[in-house]
Ligand binder design. Structure first.
Ligand code: 5RP
Length: 243
Protein backbone atom coordinates (compact mmCIF):
# COMPACT_ATOMS: atom_id res chain seq x y z
CA UNK A 1 0.00 0.00 0.00
CA UNK A 2 1.48 3.35 -1.02
CA UNK A 3 0.86 6.22 1.39
CA UNK A 4 -0.88 9.15 -0.21
CA UNK A 5 1.90 11.45 1.01
CA UNK A 6 4.23 9.82 -1.54
CA UNK A 7 1.66 10.19 -4.28
CA UNK A 8 2.13 12.19 -7.45
CA UNK A 9 -0.06 15.26 -7.62
CA UNK A 10 -1.01 17.99 -10.03
CA UNK A 11 -3.26 20.97 -10.00
CA UNK A 12 -6.20 21.98 -12.13
CA UNK A 13 -7.40 25.50 -12.27
CA UNK A 14 -11.08 25.92 -11.50
CA UNK A 15 -10.62 26.74 -7.84
CA UNK A 16 -7.24 28.47 -8.23
CA UNK A 17 -8.74 30.84 -10.77
CA UNK A 18 -11.52 31.81 -8.38
CA UNK A 19 -8.92 32.52 -5.72
CA UNK A 20 -6.87 34.73 -8.03
CA UNK A 21 -10.01 36.71 -8.71
CA UNK A 22 -10.49 37.15 -4.93
CA UNK A 23 -13.72 35.18 -5.02
CA UNK A 24 -14.66 33.26 -1.89
CA UNK A 25 -13.97 29.57 -2.50
CA UNK A 26 -16.72 27.55 -0.89
CA UNK A 27 -16.95 23.84 -0.23
CA UNK A 28 -19.42 23.67 -3.11
CA UNK A 29 -16.85 25.34 -5.41
CA UNK A 30 -14.38 22.68 -4.36
CA UNK A 31 -16.82 19.85 -4.99
CA UNK A 32 -17.50 21.23 -8.44
CA UNK A 33 -13.78 21.55 -9.20
CA UNK A 34 -13.03 17.98 -8.12
CA UNK A 35 -16.02 16.75 -10.11
CA UNK A 36 -14.94 18.58 -13.26
CA UNK A 37 -11.42 17.18 -12.93
CA UNK A 38 -12.89 13.68 -12.75
CA UNK A 39 -15.16 14.27 -15.74
CA UNK A 40 -12.05 15.10 -17.78
CA UNK A 41 -10.75 11.55 -17.12
CA UNK A 42 -13.69 9.88 -18.88
CA UNK A 43 -13.15 8.74 -22.47
CA UNK A 44 -15.56 8.05 -25.28
CA UNK A 45 -16.92 4.49 -25.24
CA UNK A 46 -16.31 3.86 -21.54
CA UNK A 47 -18.56 2.01 -19.12
CA UNK A 48 -18.76 4.35 -16.14
CA UNK A 49 -19.90 3.86 -12.56
CA UNK A 50 -21.70 6.85 -11.06
CA UNK A 51 -21.47 7.34 -7.29
CA UNK A 52 -23.90 9.06 -4.97
CA UNK A 53 -23.93 12.33 -3.08
CA UNK A 54 -23.56 16.08 -3.39
CA UNK A 55 -20.09 15.92 -4.98
CA UNK A 56 -21.25 13.41 -7.57
CA UNK A 57 -24.16 15.78 -8.22
CA UNK A 58 -21.56 18.13 -9.76
CA UNK A 59 -19.90 15.29 -11.66
CA UNK A 60 -23.05 14.29 -13.55
CA UNK A 61 -23.60 17.57 -15.46
CA UNK A 62 -19.86 17.92 -16.06
CA UNK A 63 -19.88 14.45 -17.60
CA UNK A 64 -23.07 15.06 -19.59
CA UNK A 65 -21.61 18.26 -21.08
CA UNK A 66 -18.85 16.22 -22.69
CA UNK A 67 -21.42 14.42 -24.85
CA UNK A 68 -19.47 11.17 -24.94
CA UNK A 69 -20.91 7.80 -25.93
CA UNK A 70 -21.02 6.03 -22.56
CA UNK A 71 -22.72 3.18 -20.73
CA UNK A 72 -23.40 4.18 -17.14
CA UNK A 73 -24.48 2.35 -14.01
CA UNK A 74 -25.69 4.26 -10.95
CA UNK A 75 -25.13 3.49 -7.27
CA UNK A 76 -28.52 4.87 -6.17
CA UNK A 77 -31.95 5.63 -7.56
CA UNK A 78 -31.27 9.35 -6.99
CA UNK A 79 -28.14 9.24 -9.12
CA UNK A 80 -29.88 7.17 -11.79
CA UNK A 81 -32.70 9.72 -12.01
CA UNK A 82 -30.36 12.73 -12.10
CA UNK A 83 -28.05 11.17 -14.68
CA UNK A 84 -30.92 10.09 -16.92
CA UNK A 85 -32.43 13.58 -16.76
CA UNK A 86 -29.11 14.93 -18.04
CA UNK A 87 -29.16 12.55 -21.00
CA UNK A 88 -26.61 10.05 -19.69
CA UNK A 89 -27.37 6.45 -20.70
CA UNK A 90 -27.98 4.68 -17.39
CA UNK A 91 -28.63 0.94 -17.39
CA UNK A 92 -29.23 -1.59 -14.62
CA UNK A 93 -26.03 -3.17 -13.37
CA UNK A 94 -26.95 -6.61 -14.62
CA UNK A 95 -25.20 -6.85 -17.99
CA UNK A 96 -21.76 -5.35 -17.44
CA UNK A 97 -19.18 -7.41 -15.57
CA UNK A 98 -16.51 -4.70 -15.60
CA UNK A 99 -16.49 -0.94 -15.65
CA UNK A 100 -13.72 1.20 -17.10
CA UNK A 101 -14.02 3.95 -14.53
CA UNK A 102 -16.11 4.76 -11.47
CA UNK A 103 -16.32 8.13 -9.75
CA UNK A 104 -17.68 8.69 -6.26
CA UNK A 105 -17.40 10.93 -3.23
CA UNK A 106 -16.32 10.05 0.31
CA UNK A 107 -17.03 11.16 3.85
CA UNK A 108 -13.45 10.78 5.12
CA UNK A 109 -10.10 10.15 3.40
CA UNK A 110 -7.22 8.95 5.59
CA UNK A 111 -3.56 9.64 4.72
CA UNK A 112 -3.00 5.96 3.85
CA UNK A 113 -5.97 5.83 1.47
CA UNK A 114 -8.61 4.27 3.70
CA UNK A 115 -12.03 5.83 3.14
CA UNK A 116 -15.25 6.08 5.07
CA UNK A 117 -18.18 6.13 2.68
CA UNK A 118 -21.92 5.68 2.95
CA UNK A 119 -23.10 8.97 4.38
CA UNK A 120 -25.88 8.71 1.82
CA UNK A 121 -26.54 5.06 2.63
CA UNK A 122 -25.37 3.83 -0.77
CA UNK A 123 -22.18 2.10 0.41
CA UNK A 124 -23.15 -1.46 -0.51
CA UNK A 125 -23.80 -0.58 -4.13
CA UNK A 126 -20.87 1.84 -4.11
CA UNK A 127 -18.44 -0.91 -3.11
CA UNK A 128 -19.79 -3.24 -5.81
CA UNK A 129 -19.32 -0.53 -8.41
CA UNK A 130 -15.87 0.49 -7.11
CA UNK A 131 -14.67 -3.12 -7.10
CA UNK A 132 -15.90 -3.64 -10.67
CA UNK A 133 -14.00 -0.62 -11.95
CA UNK A 134 -10.60 -0.73 -13.58
CA UNK A 135 -10.08 2.70 -12.10
CA UNK A 136 -11.95 4.06 -9.07
CA UNK A 137 -11.66 7.82 -8.69
CA UNK A 138 -12.74 9.53 -5.46
CA UNK A 139 -13.66 13.21 -5.56
CA UNK A 140 -13.68 15.29 -2.39
CA UNK A 141 -13.61 18.82 -1.07
CA UNK A 142 -10.93 19.97 1.37
CA UNK A 143 -12.98 19.07 4.45
CA UNK A 144 -12.82 15.32 3.73
CA UNK A 145 -9.12 14.42 4.28
CA UNK A 146 -8.56 13.54 7.94
CA UNK A 147 -5.49 12.62 9.99
CA UNK A 148 -7.23 9.45 11.18
CA UNK A 149 -10.64 7.94 10.47
CA UNK A 150 -13.26 8.49 13.13
CA UNK A 151 -16.62 6.83 13.78
CA UNK A 152 -19.25 6.28 12.68
CA UNK A 153 -18.95 3.79 9.85
CA UNK A 154 -22.18 3.32 7.85
CA UNK A 155 -23.33 -0.28 7.70
CA UNK A 156 -26.11 -2.13 5.91
CA UNK A 157 -27.73 -5.00 7.84
CA UNK A 158 -30.10 -7.85 7.06
CA UNK A 159 -33.50 -7.30 8.72
CA UNK A 160 -33.73 -10.96 9.78
CA UNK A 161 -32.22 -11.37 13.24
CA UNK A 162 -31.58 -7.65 13.56
CA UNK A 163 -31.51 -7.57 17.40
CA UNK A 164 -28.86 -10.29 17.42
CA UNK A 165 -26.75 -8.46 14.84
CA UNK A 166 -27.06 -5.18 16.74
CA UNK A 167 -26.03 -6.88 19.98
CA UNK A 168 -22.97 -8.37 18.30
CA UNK A 169 -21.96 -5.02 16.79
CA UNK A 170 -22.19 -3.08 20.04
CA UNK A 171 -22.48 0.69 19.63
CA UNK A 172 -24.66 1.05 16.55
CA UNK A 173 -27.48 3.46 15.76
CA UNK A 174 -30.22 2.67 13.28
CA UNK A 175 -31.15 5.11 10.54
CA UNK A 176 -34.82 5.68 9.75
CA UNK A 177 -34.74 4.37 6.20
CA UNK A 178 -33.77 1.27 4.25
CA UNK A 179 -31.30 0.93 1.38
CA UNK A 180 -32.68 0.58 -2.16
CA UNK A 181 -32.06 -3.14 -1.78
CA UNK A 182 -34.14 -3.39 1.40
CA UNK A 183 -31.23 -3.50 3.85
CA UNK A 184 -31.37 -1.84 7.25
CA UNK A 185 -29.10 1.21 7.32
CA UNK A 186 -27.20 2.04 10.50
CA UNK A 187 -24.05 3.73 11.79
CA UNK A 188 -21.45 1.79 13.76
CA UNK A 189 -19.45 3.62 16.44
CA UNK A 190 -16.87 0.93 17.17
CA UNK A 191 -13.11 1.55 17.41
CA UNK A 192 -11.47 2.76 14.20
CA UNK A 193 -7.83 3.17 15.22
CA UNK A 194 -7.03 0.10 13.08
CA UNK A 195 -9.28 0.36 9.97
CA UNK A 196 -8.23 -3.06 8.63
CA UNK A 197 -9.19 -4.71 11.92
CA UNK A 198 -12.47 -2.80 12.03
CA UNK A 199 -13.28 -3.80 8.45
CA UNK A 200 -12.40 -7.44 9.22
CA UNK A 201 -14.67 -7.36 12.27
CA UNK A 202 -17.59 -5.97 10.27
CA UNK A 203 -16.93 -8.42 7.39
CA UNK A 204 -17.02 -11.30 9.89
CA UNK A 205 -20.24 -10.24 11.62
CA UNK A 206 -23.25 -12.33 10.52
CA UNK A 207 -26.05 -10.05 9.32
CA UNK A 208 -23.76 -7.29 8.04
CA UNK A 209 -24.35 -6.95 4.30
CA UNK A 210 -21.57 -4.43 3.83
CA UNK A 211 -19.99 -1.37 5.40
CA UNK A 212 -18.47 1.95 4.40
CA UNK A 213 -14.82 1.22 5.22
CA UNK A 214 -13.13 1.14 1.81
CA UNK A 215 -9.62 -0.31 1.77
CA UNK A 216 -6.87 1.53 -0.20
CA UNK A 217 -6.60 -1.29 -2.76
CA UNK A 218 -10.05 -0.30 -4.08
CA UNK A 219 -9.16 3.29 -4.89
CA UNK A 220 -6.95 4.36 -7.78
CA UNK A 221 -7.03 8.13 -7.38
CA UNK A 222 -8.31 10.75 -4.95
CA UNK A 223 -8.96 14.22 -6.34
CA UNK A 224 -8.92 16.66 -3.42
CA UNK A 225 -10.09 20.18 -4.24
CA UNK A 226 -8.85 23.05 -2.12
CA UNK A 227 -8.25 26.77 -2.41
CA UNK A 228 -5.15 26.22 -4.57
CA UNK A 229 -6.73 23.81 -7.04
CA UNK A 230 -7.28 20.08 -7.31
CA UNK A 231 -4.62 17.83 -5.82
CA UNK A 232 -4.41 14.48 -7.60
CA UNK A 233 -3.36 11.71 -5.21
CA UNK A 234 -2.54 8.21 -6.45
CA UNK A 235 -3.63 5.39 -4.18
CA UNK A 236 -3.16 1.61 -4.26
CA UNK A 237 -6.08 0.63 -6.47
CA UNK A 238 -6.18 -0.81 -9.98
CA UNK A 239 -3.46 0.53 -12.24
CA UNK A 240 -5.36 0.71 -15.53
CA UNK A 241 -5.26 4.49 -15.47
CA UNK A 242 -5.46 5.40 -19.13
CA UNK A 243 -5.36 8.14 -20.19
C1 5RP B 1 -23.00 8.06 -0.29
C2 5RP B 1 -21.55 8.32 -0.15
C3 5RP B 1 -21.07 9.68 -0.56
O1 5RP B 1 -20.15 9.53 -1.57
C4 5RP B 1 -20.45 10.34 0.63
O2 5RP B 1 -21.40 10.38 1.68
C5 5RP B 1 -20.00 11.75 0.31
O3 5RP B 1 -21.11 12.54 0.01
P1 5RP B 1 -21.00 14.05 -0.41
O4 5RP B 1 -20.34 14.11 -1.75
O5 5RP B 1 -22.43 14.53 -0.42
O6 5RP B 1 -20.19 14.75 0.65
O7 5RP B 1 -20.77 7.51 0.26
O8 5RP B 1 -23.35 6.81 0.22
Amino acid sequence: MRPLGAARWRLTFAVGQARRQNAVVTIDDEKRAAAEAAAALVQDGMAVGLGTGSTVAYFLPALARRQLRLRCVATSPATAAAASALGLAVEPFDHLARLDLAVDGADQVAPDGWLVKGGGGAHTRERIVAAAARRFVVIVSSDKPVAALRPPVPVELVAFGLPATLARLGDVRLRDRRSPDGGVLADWFGPLDDPAAAAARLDATPGVVDHGLFEPSLTSDVLVAGAAGVEHRRVGGPVDRSP
